[in-house]
Design a protein around this ligand. Structure first.
Ligand SMILES: NC(=O)C1=CN([C@@H]2O[C@H](COP(=O)(O)OP(=O)(O)OC[C@H]3O[C@@H](n4cnc5c(N)ncnc54)[C@H](O)[C@@H]3O)[C@@H](O)[C@H]2O)[C@@H](O)CC1
Ligand SMILES: [K+]
Length: 475
């Protein structure tokens, strides 16, 4: 089962792996034609009703595989307003090859006639909200006809994220859905065919650029609260700075007053909240929990805290009382296995820290992904295990991320990662947040590698985070 929005992620990842969408569209159209041939008698009349998106594009392809029928293709709207290049190219091909294809500019003038089969390709997974015109009138016409209706991907009007089918949607007899079934399709009376369209399994297994699409349209509203510093100052600063670079609105560092000035000195945009002392101690915990809870902050617990007994005790107590989202990194990781917490925790261990959590000490983490899955399951938290290939698991779902290069082994990149995970945790499911953060940081490093090999440091990677995000957060 895959939702419509996850499908868009997978489709972009497939494209990045060298399987372009137009190729997938060719497979989709072919699969639709196969089902149409099964349900239509030889010589039957078929009307394709297509929208202006890729759902329509699939049907334009299907048309080329249905020569034995009496075929008419109707486009709802003007050809110039087809929304994607690949759908337009397939439309143009039909027109140039003299298929019976025409644009219906006004839905009131839509006359379906009396076809034996209607191919419903008005809307697929790109729909938002109730059916608008001209699709609404066209759906009514399709439902009023006696034709056998074959819907492309989903019945037009169906919401492939929530599985809801409004009354105004197309009432399909057959649905040819792509790659995997969509939530809610099984509740329809229609016969559902799931068609393999050649998406490589790696497009789902490996985190890719498509995953960053989940950030589209997000608000810049995350508040990240880094509890770190004491023996070290660079680590909490980098974590808080990367939160800002990846889209946090505000980034706070709670740190001992002995080092607060130094942390502030790295960047004026950080808000440093000093507490008395030289390291984190249990006395501070109530105040920190209260602050983070009051402001709905996402917490990063660990960078530069050190391993003093009283500090680890404080980290343990923090996790016992805090119930919000937390990224547990570095020194704080060692306390995670023995705390009972209500917090939504993402653990970001390196290989040494993973071994301390009970994981394997291996060079090839990807080969041992099942071990990471086991640890995530035992801990009951998401684990993002950092290696040449990162492995992310919530104990049930497990994915790999191979963005990044050997230069990323430099100190401080893990601190950056924790801040990015925290920012994404504000708006995303914790497993997805971890996957996207791994890809973002790795890709930031890759833009540097292209320019200067491995000769870069964590603060260089920091400056490349916005580049790595590219246009992913637009619209
Ligand atoms: N994701 C994938 O891997 C693949 C997707 N394919 C096809 O692409 C489809 C998704 O294509 P698109 O994202 O272009 O979207 P659609 O073709 O589903 O629809 C997009 C169009 O619908 C309009 N629209 C949105 N909400 C509406 C509403 N409530 N009422 C009326 N019009 C509305 C939009 O303005 C836009 O023009 C899939 O369903 C599938 O058929 C296939 O080509 C192959 C691979
Ligand atoms: K459809």
């Amino acid at each position: 089962m895959i939702t419509g929005s996850r499908m868009a992620v997978v489709d972009e990842n497939a494209d990045a792996l060298g399987v372009p969408r137009k190729q997938l569209m060719e497979s989709s159209g072919n699969a639709v034609a196969r089902v149409v041939r099964q349900v239509a008698d030889p010589g039957a009349t078929i009307t394709v009703v297509a929208g202006r998106g890729n759902n329509g594009g699939d049907a334009f392809v299907a048309a080329r595989f249905l020569d034995e029928f009496d075929l008419e293709i109707l486009l709802l709207g003007r050809a110039e307003t087809i929304t994607t290049d690949i759908a337009r190219e397939n439309w143009d091909a039909l027109c140039q090859a003299e298929y019976d294809a025409r644009a219906v500019r006004d839905s009131r003038s839509l006359s379906l006639g009396d076809p034996d089969v209607v191919v419903d390709a008005m809307l697929g997974t790109g729909i938002s909200g109730d059916l608008r015109e001209p699709a609404a009138t066209a759906a009514e016409a399709v439902n009023d006809s006696d034709a056998t209706v074959v819907s492309v991907d989903v019945p037009s009007g169906f919401d492939a994220d929530t599985g809801t089918l409004p009354d105004s949607a197309v009432d399909a007899d057959h649905v040819v859905t792509f790659h995997d079934s969509k939530p809610g399709l099984e509740r329809l009376e229609a016969t559902v065919t799931v068609a393999d369209i050649g998406i490589p399994p790696a497009a789902e297994e490996y985190v890719g650029p498509g995953d960053l699409r989940r950030l589209a349209g997000r608000d810049r509203s995350a508040r990240v609260f880094v509890i770190g510093g004491g023996p070290y100052t660079g680590a909490p600063a980098l974590s808080a700075q990367s939160a800002l670079r990846s889209g946090a609105e505000l980034s706070f560092v709670a740190a001992p007053d002995s080092v607060a000035g130094e942390i502030q000195g790295y960047e004026p945009d950080l808000i440093v909240q000093p507490y008395e002392g030289e390291r984190l101690t249990p006395d501070q915990v109530d105040g920190l929990v209260e602050t983070a809870t009051k402001h709905d902050d996402v917490v990063v617990l660990g960078p530069g805290l050190g391993t003093a007994d009283e500090t680890l005790d404080a980290a343990r107590r923090f996790l016992e009382s805090f119930e919000g989202p937390v990224v547990a990194d570095a020194d704080a990781l060692s306390v995670v296995p023995d705390v009972d917490t209500e917090a939504e925790v993402v653990c970001t261990p390196n290989s040494r820290e993973l071994a301390a959590l009970g994981g394997p000490e291996v060079d090839d983490l990807a080969e041992n992904a099942h071990e990471v899955e086991r640890i995530a399951d035992e801990l009951g938290h998401v684990v993002l295990a950092k290696g040449a290939v990162d492995v992310i698991s919530d104990g049930d779902r497990t994915r790999l991320c191979r963005a990044g290069n050997p230069g990323m082994a430099v100190g401080g990149t893990g601190d950056l990662l924790s801040g990015v995970v925290a920012t994404y945790l504000d708006s995303q499911d914790s497993f997805d947040a971890a996957c996207m953060a791994s890809f973002t940081t790795g890709r930031a490093g890759d833009t540097l590698y292209d320019d200067r090999g491995t000769g870069y440091v964590a603060s260089d990677v920091l400056e490349r985070i916005p580049t790595a995000l590219g246009d992913a957060t637009d619209g």
